[in-house]
Design a protein around this ligand. Structure first.
Ligand code: GTP
Ligand code: MG
Length: 416
């Protein structure tokens, strides 16, 4: 389907048409016409009426079937534009919702998106109801005052019902999280702008096969697996990506999913270093802001500059120097498997959940059980069997260190 894209910016502001165009591509549209206008918002159409005429001409001549605005439109503007242009008009929020709907596979993601859609509808229903009641827009979107009230109530009811279903799923997720916590392994989250390469890195580290695509928002449902980072076993989670101006209602709807990131012990924040520096800078800033907004400020962050295979090494290093990132960073290629050792080494050093202990425990049935557990949940430096004792040297979880301490022979336990 052919579409036109529009961004009205205030004086001196940059437009966001490139990203909007990429979103359109992901949603399956073909962008054939782009409009940027610098002016304050026009109450009737958002853009100026001269621009609307221009757009109308393009729509008719080029067979455009939909117009997509980067700006959030008021219901009345949407209505005026659609009437004038003779084709549907939607905003960036609705476009992102369309993409999420296309990519949602789990029940949870589907419900989360439905919730966001309904909330969007509800926020606008209020204005529609108000317009209908005032008689300003009689029959606005076919709504009389009475139907408008019913419409509003109906949306509200559906929101309550979906919230209830999501609550049940959340309880289930809490249980899974609790079970994971019992294992005592730290949680490492892959996070970052959409398309940065999170799933590619996840697949590389876990030998899994989650979907990877050049489209935006390929991953909506989180996947978690146990892997070893620099020898230390951790839970690694791949999850939904960020984008500039992620509609607030999507952040709210995906809060449970995003919250996992805030609860992790380490965040690997992926950033595509192959893009122009001002784009890299914006995406890094958006990602850090989003992390803050979901309450992840306390979690240690390792910035992972990805896609180094697409640029000169010196160029990439130069960019990083200019960016002066606020956290430790590493430069990798997830696709080509470059510098992964360095990533693992740095990440492993930043993992707080482990301590190095040396212990000597009696050689008996009990020690055999704990040795087995140590191989599962620690980075084993060495384990030596003597006639009556077993000497272990491991980087392990606090819980296992406690157990070792209890089992150790007199003077046979050392931290560090
Ligand atoms: N050249 C190159 N391409 C990469 C690299 N890592 C990922 N890609 C490509 O970047 C695109 C996005 O990769 P994904 O792993 O799906 O990205 P993501 O961050 O999971 O994206 P979403 O789930 O959509 O948010 C795909 O086309 C990958 O093949 C890399 O190191 N080098
Ligand atoms: Mg992904």
């Amino acid at each position: 389907m052919k579409v036109a894209i529009v961004h009205r910016v205030n004086l001196g502001e940059e437009d966001n048409l490139d990203e909007l165009s990429e979103l359109c591509l992901t949603a399956g549209y073909e962008v054939v016409y782009r409009v940027k206008q610098e002016r304050p918002p026009h109450p009737e159409y958002n853009i100026g009426s001269g621009k609307v005429e221009e757009l109308k001409k393009a729509v008719q001549e080029m067979g455009i079937e939909k117009v997509i605005f980067e700006n959030e439109l008021k219901p009345v503007q949407e209505y005026n534009l659609a009437k004038k242009l003779g084709v549907p008009v939607i905003s960036r929020t609705q476009l992102i919702l369309e993409i999420f709907t296309l990519h949602a596979s789990s029940i949870e993601a589907k419900l989360q998106i439905k919730l966001a859609e309904l909330k969007y509808e509800l926020s606008r229903a209020k204005e529609k109801v108000r317009l209908a009641k005032k008689g300003e827009q009689p029959g606005f979107h076919g709504l009389g005052a009475y139907e408008a009230d019913v419409y509003y109530d109906e949306i509200h009811k559906r929101i309550v019902s979906i919230n209830r279903k999501l609550e049940a799923i959340k309880k289930h997720m809490d249980l899974i999280r609790f079970e994971r916590r019992k294992l005592g392994l730290p949680l490492v989250s892959l996070s970052g702008y959409t398309n940065a390469g999170k799933s590619t890195l996840f697949n590389l580290l876990t030998s899994e096969d989650v979907e990877v695509d050049s489209q935006l928002f390929t991953t909506l449902t989180p996947t978690t697996r146990i892997v070893r980072l620099g020898g230390k076993p951790v839970f690694l989670s791949d999850t939904v990506g960020f984008i500039k101006n992620l509609p607030t209602l999507l952040v709210e709807a995906f809060y449970a999913t995003l919250r996992e990131i805030a609860l992790s012990d380490l965040i690997l924040l992926l950033v595509d270093i192959s893009e122009p520096i001002h784009v890299v800078e914006k995406k890094l800033e958006t990602s850090l802001d989003t992390l803050n907004s979901i309450g992840a400020n306390g979690v240690p962050v390792l910035i992972v500059f990805n896609k180094m295979d697409l640029v000169d090494r010196s160029e990439a290093e130069d960019k990083i120097k200019k960016l002066n990132p606020p956290f430790h960073s590493v430069l990798i290629s997830a696709k080509k498997g470059l510098n992964i050792d360095k990533l693992e080494e740095t990440a492993s050093k930043m993992l707080k959940g482990f301590i190095r202990v040396k212990a000597t425990i009696p050689f008996d049935g009990m020690s055999m059980k704990i040795v087995e557990e140590l191989y599962d949940k620690s980075n084993v430096m060495s384990i030596e069997y003597g006639d009556r004792h077993v000497k272990v040297d491991v980087e392990t979880t606090i819980e296992l260190a406690e157990k070792l301490k209890k089992l150790s022979i007199e003077g046979g336990f050392k931290v560090g």
